[in-house]
Design a protein around this ligand. Structure first.
Ligand code: DX5
Ligand code: ZN
Length: 215
């Protein structure tokens, strides 16, 4: 059974407490939180005040996905607003190894996110040190985009790298996860499914989450 992480980016920000409580009461496992800076990605999402409001009501782990340049400037602040899993983009970190160690030394789980064009072999030297790979199955920046099919073969490749290096890293798929592709994603080796549009555009979000759990 996959870990399901609804993406708050697709929530109703005028009713954030209601949507957080919906996730609390569902079968979802984590909250997926997308932070965008308008530089690394062509969009701006939200920052610490919103994250604090989410933290106040959330009863499940906060899985924070940083789509920002120079993420290390803010690791401590993300820890303070409740991040339990913190992912940085491989494309945004010059000193990725150091960034991973910093995240772990603050007591968070460390994740590395990779864009659709980034090859899996670039994770080779860090895979044994990390807790999660956030594999982008769309180009980051927006919710509701369509899934990139090449992701399936990347999952298989990552799965074998993880085995080869005796890594404990979970494989998280982020972008375009739907009720028509989630089964195949899990069959290929996905451990965590992020779902924004699929959950929040559903007429029955609780049921959509339940379906994603029932592989
Ligand atoms: C995209 C974000 C995703 C996004 C997924 O940049 O990282 O987490 O919220 O949304 P859906 O599931 O709608 O593609
Ligand atoms: Zn994300």
């Amino acid at each position: 059974m996959a870990i399901v992480a609804p993406s708050i980016l697709s929530a109703d920000f005028a009713n954030i407490q209601r949507d957080v409580e919906m996730i609390n009461s569902s079968q979802a496992d984590w909250f997926h939180i997308d932070i965008m800076d308008g530089v690394f990605v062509p969009n701006i999402s939200f920052g610490f005040p919103v994250l604090k409001a989410i933290q106040k009501h959330a009863k499940k782990p906060l899985d924070v996905h940083l789509m920002i340049v120079e993420p290390e400037k803010f690791f401590e602040e993300f820890k303070n607003v409740g991040a339990q899993i913190l992912s940085v983009h491989i494309e945004a970190c010059t000193h990725l190894h150091r960034s991973i160690q910093q995240i772990k030394s603050l007591g968070m789980k460390a994740g590395v996110a990779i864009n659709p064009h980034t090859p899996i072999f670039l994770l080779k030297e860090v895979i044994a040190d990390i807790d999660l790979v956030c594999m982008m199955s769309v180009n980051p920046g927006f919710g509701g985009q369509s899934f990139i099919e090449n992701t399936y073969s990347k999952i298989r490749e990552l799965k074998s790298l993880i085995a080869e290096k005796s890594s404990q890293a979970l494989i998280e798929i982020d972008g375009g996860v739907s009720l028509s592709n989630y089964k195949k994603l899990v069959e290929c080796g996905a451990d965590v499914l992020v779902a924004g549009n699929t959950v929040f555009s559903s007429s029955d979000p609780i049921q959509a989450i339940l379906e994603l759990k029932n592989v």
